[in-house]
Design a binder for this molecule. Structure first.
Ligand SMILES: NC(=O)c1ccc[n+]([C@@H]2O[C@H](COP(=O)([O-])OP(=O)(O)OC[C@H]3O[C@@H](n4cnc5c(N)ncnc54)[C@H](OP(=O)(O)O)[C@@H]3O)[C@@H](O)[C@H]2O)c1
Length: 377
């Protein structure tokens, strides 16, 4: 096989609002597997099996964002350029000494059928034997091992060096590190989580319950609210889209105030949370998805309230939590094995559906970790 046909997603133009189907196109190329430059550049060619779909990518698609200069994985994506994303795949050709044809790998791949990874950078071999054993232990169907690999970041233990935390299914360590390291919960504290049915929020709420906290989540549909309350153990949940006044809504759910707000959305929800936070309350700024597309107003916080209530507001990135990775793995595995923690995935199929899967995140059309399955193993 000297060449393969590769379909991949590109953005057609810079995106500065809510993404639309017309912002993307599917390119097709004949990908040579035998170029001389592949030898000298230690290239690894990967057939993609699963790719991760994450809200942060929208900031990479804008012409300007403060995130572009902070982290290389958040750098700007140019029109026509293949779009890097976390994923799992199988090596079809390798000129890198650490990888051979047939290896399962995870790391920074592309939104496409194949990924050409120079220098094998950001790529890690996946130990499928251990992964499958672990998934069986966790009572997860063996056939779904690769969905789970992307969705359940605890498996990174077996294929991750710390650099990979930046790219592959980072929801688990984001939730764990953000909640325990930034929020520093105490038993009995009152916790509020926004975008609570998203990949991070689902886990934060469950970690909070496991820590003996009282937890309320918000989400954008009745189905999600029911899931949080009935299947995931949240003490309460509400549909923020049905609340004309978020400040009053939070007063209703937290009559004595909030100790911890885990923020995934920013904007008016963050403003309302600050209003309802107790003295010495903590706010972990994980994401501000309502502000990414520029359609909703940016949070304007009552800073006098922040001072007088001695509120601590802290942003963070999942890569900040490398040091607690082993602790995260062992605790999370234990909870999965005993059924105390549930992880939820939301799968679409085929390269053609990547743009829709991505756009859907900004319309609340996902529940749990969004991945796109590109090919069978
Ligand atoms: N700091 C880090 O290292 C890090 C790592 C991973 C993710 N994040 C951030 O954490 C947040 C959650 O990520 P995720 O992966 O859990 O998300 P996700 O699974 O992709 O879910 C996104 C959810 O956000 C909600 N949403 C979309 N637009 C919204 C809006 N305008 N207002 C309120 N809610 C809206 C939707 O649910 P409903 O509207 O139905 O609630 C949607 O389903 C994002 O902001 C993401 O960028 C940060």
């Amino acid at each position: 096989m000297a060449e393969v046909r590769n379909k991949y997603v590109v953005k057609k133009n810079h995106i500065d609002g809510v993404p639309n189907e017309s912002d993307f196109s599917i390119c097709e190329e004949l990908l040579s597997l035998k170029l001389h430059s592949h030898v000298s550049n230690n290239v690894v060619i990967v057939k993609n099996l699963y790719v991760s779909i994450d809200p942060y990518q929208i900031n990479r698609m804008k012409p300007h964002s403060s995130s572009h200069i902070i982290a290389s994985t958040a750098s700007v994506v140019l029109p026509g350029q293949a779009i890097e994303a976390g994923g799992v795949g199988r090596v079809v050709e390798s000129w890198h000494p650490d990888f051979k044809t047939g290896d399962f790998v995870s790391g920074l791949l592309h939104w496409g059928e194949y990924s050409v990874v120079e220098g094998g950078q950001q790529l890690q071999k996946l130990d499928t034997t251990v992964a499958i054993w672990l998934l069986q232990e966790a009572n997860i169907c063996k056939a779904k091992v690769f969905e789970a690999v992307v969705a359940f970041t605890h498996l990174q233990k077996f294929f991750a060096s710390h650099k990979l935390l930046k790219q592959v299914g980072s929801s688990g360590i984001t939730a764990y590190g953000g909640f325990f390291q930034v929020c520093k919960p105490k038993k009995g504290e009152k916790v509020f989580v926004s975008a609570a049915s998203g990949s991070v929020g689902i886990l934060v709420g469950q970690y909070a319950k496991l820590s003996g906290c009282y937890v309320v989540g918000c989400a954008g549909t009745k189905e999600k609210v029911d899931l949080l309350k009935e299947k995931l153990g949240f003490d309460d949940a509400f549909n923020y889209k049905e609340e004309p006044n978020l400040n009053l809504a939070l007063q209703r759910y937290f009559p004595e105030g909030i100790d911890i707000y885990f923020d995934n959305v920013g904007g008016e929800m963050l403003e309302a949370a600050v209003e309802n936070l107790k003295s010495f309350g903590r706010i972990a700024i994980c994401g501000v998805i309502s502000e990414y597309t520029g359609t909703q107003k940016r949070a304007k916080l009552d800073m006098v309230g922040v001072i007088y209530k001695r509120i601590r507001i802290e942003g963070f990135l999942c890569v900040d939590f490398v040091d607690i990775y082993p602790e995260f793995i062992s605790t999370t595995m234990q909870h999965l094995q005993t059924g105390k923690l549930k992880a939820i995935e939301d799968i679409s199929y085929g390269v053609e559906n990547i743009p829709t899967a991505f756009i859907d995140l900004f319309h609340g059309n996902n529940i749990g970790k969004k991945v796109v399955k590109i090919a069978q193993e």
